[in-house]
Design a protein. Structure first.
Length: 253
């Protein structure tokens, strides 16, 4: 076991990989992750391609959680988190299976992992193949996140993160698809979890080779509705929680 794997064992960190029809890249991603740890929980979000057959053929010693049908990334993540908790893990690294993220960046995220901390990978946005819609959606999301939490982040939509499992809140309210990652981060900020950003690399294949399940109009509409709801939540719950912590901290000085 390498040094990173030893630290992950010590800190009780598992890797959760949600996946829906990423057969072309999933085995390579999992094999590279296994150079750091074997504590990998793969969540089959109702895959209809040959993803599971390829994993089985590769004889990868990982834990597989299968959902009966495609329920969305949010539900897949929660299923992975629940399995990680039951196995005694305290943190969960999340990484997409489409090859966008580099498992070799894992040591940087692990180094930043602390109690009461949510580590967020921060991508660069000058990639030659990055879809313009992604850049706009991320800036849109960043603006609302700052309004809802008072925290400025440059990348609120990255899927490469480390979650403190015992700090996740309101799981029953978490939305089912891509916007769930934003929702979990807002809830964490409201409850005093520190959010740390770590620079990471990103790979976007040429447009003709790109596989994406993001639905620009439908998913952007869902994100807009979520941000509307979170703004109301911030006014009645989030900001009062933040203010109370600041007042309490002031009295303790």
């Amino acid at each position: 076991m390498n040094k990173v794997g030893e630290i992950m064992k010590l800190k009780r960190i598992a890797v959760v990989v949600p996946s829906y029809n990423n057969a072309k890249t999933v085995v390579e991603v999992l094999q590279e992750l296994m150079t750091y740890t074997h504590d990998i929980i793969f969540v089959d979000d109702g895959c209809t391609d040959n993803t599971l057959e390829l994993i089985k053929a590769a004889q990868l010693p990982i834990d597989v959680v299968s959902l009966k049908s495609n329920q969305g990334k949010g539900k897949a993540l929660l299923a992975g988190f629940d399995r990680a908790r039951k196995k005694g893990f305290e943190f969960a690294v999340t990484i997409d299976s489409d090859g966008q993220h580099f498992p070799s960046d894992l040591p940087k995220l692990i180094e930043a992992c602390r109690n009461n901390t949510l580590v967020v990978g921060q991508r660069t946005f000058d990639h030659e193949n990055m879809p313009s819609g992604n850049t706009f959606a991320n800036k849109f999301s960043n603006f609302w996140f700052t309004l809802q939490t008072g925290i400025k982040l440059d990348d609120t939509q990255t899927g490469y993160r480390i979650y403190p499992l015992n700090k996740l809140r309101w799981k029953s309210l978490i939305t089912s698809r891509y916007e769930a990652e934003l929702e979990m981060m807002v809830f964490a900020a409201w409850h005093g979890v520190d959010i740390v950003k770590v620079p990471i690399r990103v790979y976007y294949p040429p447009e003709g080779e790109r596989i994406s399940h993001f639905r620009p109009y439908k998913d952007f509409g869902r994100i807009s509705l979520l941000n509307t709801a979170l703004c109301f939540g911030a006014g009645f719950y989030g900001w009062p929680m933040i203010l109370c912590r600041k007042i309490k901290k002031g009295f303790m000085k």
